[in-house]
Design a protein around this ligand. Sequence first.
Ligand code: GLN
Length: 469
Amino acid sequence: MSMPRTFREAQAALASGSTSVVAITRAALAKAKADSELNIFLELFEESALAKAAAVDAKLANGSAGPLAGSIISIKDNLCYAGHRVSASSHMLEGYVSPFNATVVERVLDADAVIIGRTNCDEFAMGSSNESSAYGAVSNPVDPTRVPGGSSGGAAASVAAGICHMALASDTGGSIRQPASFCGIAGFKPTYGRVSRYGLIAFASSFDQIGPMAHDAEEVDLIYRVIAGPDERDNTSSHKPFPESIPEVSKLKIGYYDQCLEHPGMDPEIKAHVNAQVERLRGEGHTVEPVELTMAELFVPTYYILSTAEASSNLARFDGIRFGHRARGAEGVDDTFRRSRSEGFGPEVQRRILLGTFVLSAGFYDAYYAQGMRVRRLIRENTLEALSHFDMILTPTCPATAFTKGQISDPLAMYLQDIFTVQANLAGVPAISIPTGTHSNGMPFGIQLMAKPFHDEQLLAHARHAFPR
Ligand code: GLN
């Protein structure tokens, strides 16, 4: 049988009795193998996937199946799954087998999803193109000469290629939303604290958030509901109650940053598309108003100062003794650290560790790190103030469509990919990218919608209402 493209289609096929979860899982595994040249999966979990599929079929037969029964999910290679390998796409963690489950992994398994494999990503989730993976770049399924975006490039491609219905990934500065835009799918970064980060290999802990990717906002919503909620194993996970119901609002109040559209790197077709969407929404009776975007020139620098500082601290544990690759033939502790880290980490990770160590160093801490923290607070306050007036704020997800492999070699140019996405991570607010356009170059692109903290459910409902599939 062929693979049902969406989870809805899989559910309908299962309900009609025309297929089984085992058959869908076999089809997904076969498709993943047929597409192996895209380099999406670092590993397929065939045995555990087929065993889980058989168990889900049995539960469907006796009426005890969970809400994700029939779904095929991939997990980014920085999420821990007990008894399975996880490497953060780095040689540093090659061969490491996780002894425990990330909370999100446990929750989707409890909801009866089938996890078919771990997806390629930028090394330690640092990048915007998936080209910094130690295991090679991923190709964009829409056009294999182009990148799928990053760092969750394999995750986005696994859905866009029609292998998986949904993917679990992480977003520190845009890593779910930018690849979603580049591959033509939906990707959601929930409010910081709404989804447990237990079992996520940390990059920058005050920014990292786990979130789902799927073909559209409706299916993103289904998996979000399964993974969201407090977790005693993550102290930053929130106990804030969920909204009891989402009042139906037919006419929304939407803000948009008109200055974003004047950004020098902005693709003229994407700009025209956003303007056309604003006009359409107005035509449908929604209120759409321009909002002033303050401090925008500080978003990317602040993000890179603070996230590299946190990364240098988080990655200190990979020293060849406590965790990670150990260099052969090293002599003494210092030599072991130096050689293990030089061999284990790729160039982008080393650059970030050096930058982060510098901004935290005694002579520069106040000038960079402490100052960065103050600027972040102002960015957060400004963002919350702007969001308080609207149901959601709209921006392009990215200034352009997916670029070709090797096209961006300057790290600073790569960092500017995050221009519209990092604000949500700096402020901790929820943001979704939904696929809304196709460029004349054939590539898809998305629109980003942001909302107030802990308005995740409202944001998903409003996104579906304003941008029906
Ligand atoms: N592109 C950004 C970076 O390289 C974001 C990465 C992410 O969200 N994990 O840091």
